[in-house]
Design a protein around this ligand. Structure first.
Ligand SMILES: [Zn+2]
Length: 173
């Protein structure tokens, strides 16, 4: 294909050099793709992570996942007490059977809320943008936010949850 680099594949750092920082909204297909793991912990990643934190605050979110701005990399930012702001390659390694159902919104699905059942307590492994290994437990609200953001990395949105019930337009005659 003309113009396509066909040599050994280098991580696409340039993909993070977004010229436009814009939220993607459902049903944009990018939100339903599976994101790739991050393999390089360099200055580009740290810059991107910092920018994501700012972008999240500007939009009043308590969490943001890279696919929401069109980048299919496993990076999330959260604004919850006791949890690092930016998590790279986060994974839930265990979760409590005990769950809780509550209402959630999503920056990518404006003005709609869904009831979503989540585990009350989870154990998460991730890395910081500088490559530091993180391993921690989160519960209640923090666990809910993390599960929501990590779902985004797997292309799962709150409107996909089988247990979810859309509050608006939930009645279809
Ligand atoms: Zn979301």
């Amino acid at each position: 294909m003309p113009g396509r680099f066909s040599g050994p594949v280098r991580p696409k750092a340039d993909a993070w050099a977004l010229t436009k920082w814009e939220l993607r909204f459902y049903p944009d297909h990018v939100l339903e793709e599976i994101s790739s793991s991050v393999g390089r912990y360099d200055e580009d990643l740290r810059r991107f992570a910092d920018r994501m934190c700012v972008f999240m605050s500007e939009h009043g979110g308590v969490g943001l996942a890279a696919p929401q701005i069109g980048i299919l990399s496993r990076i999330v930012t959260v604004d919850v007490k006791g949890v690092e702001k930016c998590l790279v390659n986060p994974e839930v390694v265990s979760s409590s059977d005990e769950g809780d159902t509550d209402t959630e919104g999503c920056l990518s699905i404006p003005d709609r809320w869904f009831c979503v059942k989540r585990s009350l307590k989870i154990e998460v492994k991730a890395k910081s943008p500088s490559g530091k290994r993180l391993h921690f437990e989160a519960e209640d609200f923090a666990a809910r936010v993390l599960q929501h953001e990590i779902d985004h990395l797997n292309g799962v949105l709150i409107c996909h949850h089988g247990t979810g019930m859309e509050q608006e337009n939930s009645y279809h005659p």
